[in-house]
Write a protein that binds this ligand. Structure first.
Ligand SMILES: [Zn+2]
Length: 270
């Protein structure tokens, strides 16, 4: 018997827009990010993204944001996070709130249906209060019981109570992930196979991924992995997605370069 498909078939798709909002973090200590540490690389600079996921057309169109990046007014993060950033000597330079960036590009904030937090780290939670309270806030398992209603009632919370005020908050829990997509517990968010929320614990409590189907037949997907994965090379090769036969990149000779030649360069390749 053939094995079940890793991802269920569907003709339905979403569009995904990556929003940078000029959000950068400079001089973040590597010690808490990498293991083992790289000698001579003590701090790291990185940028932060938010993703607008749009489903359907006209009156039935729905829009959700997956993560909000770094909030422009980062000094208004809960005090224990601000203190840590200052101790680290980390510099945050944020050009815009994601809400400002969306408006500047013609998006009506009232058209946003939901904000999904992949997890509670400061470079992902942004400023929900910049969006109308009609947009609900969704986060992963275990967060509600541990951190609601937020700082200051819960001193260790990574979000402020005031940022959630007047907004429907949906704390997903393990039993909500009734499907299996690629080995992950999954929720079919729009009910048509176009966009799955995946239960992806490990990096932090309640960590979520999302899988967006951006074309159908042939299918293409974007995995919004948040902090589960930072490079595609952490996932490949797999049985389902092996290495290509050749690599066609400017500057690598011969072009295209057979994969066997490239593998000679890899220290782990016997
Ligand atoms: Zn994180």
């Amino acid at each position: 018997m053939a094995p079940p498909p890793i991802i269920p078939d569907s003709p339905s798709t979403v569009s995904v827009s990556a929003i940078h909002a000029d959000g950068w973090a400079y001089k973040v200590p590597c010690a808490g990010l990498f293991n083992p540490t790289y000698k001579g690389l003590d701090v790291l600079d990185f940028c932060s993204y938010s993703f607008l996921v749009c489903h359907g057309e006209g009156k039935t169109k729905q829009n959700v944001l997956f993560d909000l990046g770094i909030r422009k007014d980062w000094e208004n993060l809960p005090p224990h996070i601000v203190r840590k950033l200052l101790e680290w000597g980390t510099e945050l330079r944020i050009g815009q709130h994601v809400a400002e960036n969306l408006q500047e590009n013609g998006f009506q904030l009232k058209d946003l249906d939901a904000i999904i937090w992949s997890h509670l780290h400061w470079d992902h939670t942004g400023s929900p209060s910049k969006f109308p309270p009609s947009a609900k806030l969704i986060f992963g398992p275990g967060i509600a019981s541990k951190f609601m209603p937020g700082w200051p009632a819960v001193p260790s919370a990574g979000f402020r109570e005031v940022d959630l005020a007047g907004r429907e908050v949906v704390g997903l829990e393990e039993p909500d992930f009734t499907l299996n997509v690629g080995g992950f517990g999954a929720i079919d968010y729009f009910g048509d196979g176009s966009f799955y929320l995946l239960n992806a614990p490990g990096h932090s409590i309640g960590h979520l991924n999302a899988l967006a189907r951006t074309t159908s037949n042939p299918d293409t997907f974007i995995l919004l992995a948040a902090d589960s994965v930072h490079l595609g090379g952490e996932l490949r090769p797999t049985e389902a997605l092996p290495l290509p036969n050749s690599i066609d990149v400017q500057g690598i000779v011969p072009r295209p370069c057979p994969i066997e030649d490239m593998l000679q360069l890899h220290r782990s390749w016997a």
